[in-house]
Ligand binder design. Structure first.
Ligand SMILES: Nc1nc2c(ncn2[C@@H]2O[C@H](COP(=O)(O)OP(=O)(O)OP(=O)(O)O)[C@@H](O)[C@H]2O)c(=O)[nH]1
Ligand SMILES: [Mg+2]
Length: 307
């Protein structure tokens, strides 16, 4: 039996909710679509398949009129929620209090109805050029402490996202969805072990939509960090093409200008395609190529149980 997950994505107007979902959907070349976004009227529904679950994202338009409606008919909008993603615009310092009040209203509803729901709070618009900005980092810390203190009974996961960092968006959703199955821990262990055996930098398993099923990284040296991100981005783009067109080969190998050997491999479990993305240092690639078939065997066993 397939189950259906309801993911509510909420936050003030202009926080970036629809942008997040648009970026997630497109993965590449989405900037143009995001510039044209208009404020969301009431709720937009957005369906996505993730492993055996069908996921419906409820993108709740955040303008105050709509917020009032949701609060008036809380059970209509928030009943049967499986996961809440709450988006706070980290650049909109003036409205932090306002945003916390809205979150409080939603969480009060969950608490009153004894709904024990995992919650992801993302500090959004944490754009690459703001990394290391002390004021922003202090604000994030302050908000995080406040929230942890106030909502100690909730399971809260914090994230930092930006639409200019597509991997942060993919991670946001994949962490959220992976809380629903214990098999993910086994998978994560497998990746950890093989990453060590391969001596690689990154090992990621994507589903057909480019959602991360699991991932593992070694300590990444600053010099190759940018190169690694480029390799992952490139793989997101490629897997989309492999899905859309009938791509002849089941893998793609590329070597970047400098040091990284990057490899994308498609594997099918039943009818379900998965993609394995590997980035390894050029001088370690023999190790990797030799052991990769064993990894695929072990991986297939776990994925079979997941779908
Ligand atoms: N700098 C920056 N701007 C962003 C980011 N994400 C979204 N935006 C911008 O924020 C504005 C609002 O984005 P939307 O996605 O429409 O916001 P929303 O939360 O859906 O708003 P409502 O539908 O009214 O609730 C747009 O101009 C986006 O381009 C981000 O990560 N960084
Ligand atoms: Mg919107």
């Amino acid at each position: 039996m397939e189950s259906l997950l309801k993911v509510v994505i909420s936050g003030l107007d202009n926080a970036g909710k629809t942008s997040i979902l648009t970026a997630l959907d497109k993965k590449y070349d989405f900037q143009k679509d995001i510039v044209q976004l208009k404020p969301t009227i009431r709720v937009e529904y957005h369906k996505m398949n993730f492993l055996r679950n069908n996921t419906i994202f409820w993108d709740m338009g955040g303008q105050s009129t709509y917020r009032e409606i949701y609060m008036q008919y809380q059970d209509v909008y928030f009943d049967a929620t499986d996961l809440l993603i709450y988006v706070i615009d980290i650049q909109d310092t003036e409205r932090f209090e306002n945003s916390l009040e809205y979150l409080d209203a939603i969480l009060t509803f969950f608490a009153e109805n004894k709904m024990d729901i995992p919650l992801i709070i993302t500090f959004h618009k944490y754009d690459p050029d703001l990394r290391g900005n002390t004021e922003i980092l202090q604000n994030i810390d302050k908000l995080r402490e406040k929230l942890l203190d106030k909502y100690s009974t909730f399971k809260i996961l914090f994230q930092q996202t930006s639409i200019y960092d597509i991997i942060s968006i993919v991670q946001l959703v994949s962490y959220g969805l992976s809380v629903f199955d214990e098999k993910f821990f086994e998978l994560s262990e497998l990746l950890e072990n093989y990453l060590e055996e391969f001596n690689s930098q990154a090992l990621i398993v994507f589903d057909r939509n480019g959602i991360i099923v699991s991932e593992y990284y070694s300590d990444i040296e600053p010099e190759i960090y940018v190169e690694l991100l480029e390799s992952i981005k490139e793989h997101l783009f490629l897997l989309k093409r492999m899905e859309e067109e009938t791509f002849e080969l089941d893998h793609d190998i590329s070597t970047s200008e400098f040091t990284l050997f990057s490899y994308l491999h498609r594997l099918k479990i039943g009818k379900e395609p998965f993609f394995v993305s590997v980035a390894t240092k050029e001088d370690k690639k023999e190790d990797f190529l030799e052991k990769f078939p064993d990894f695929l065997d072990d991986l297939s066993k776990i994925l079979k149980e997941l779908i």
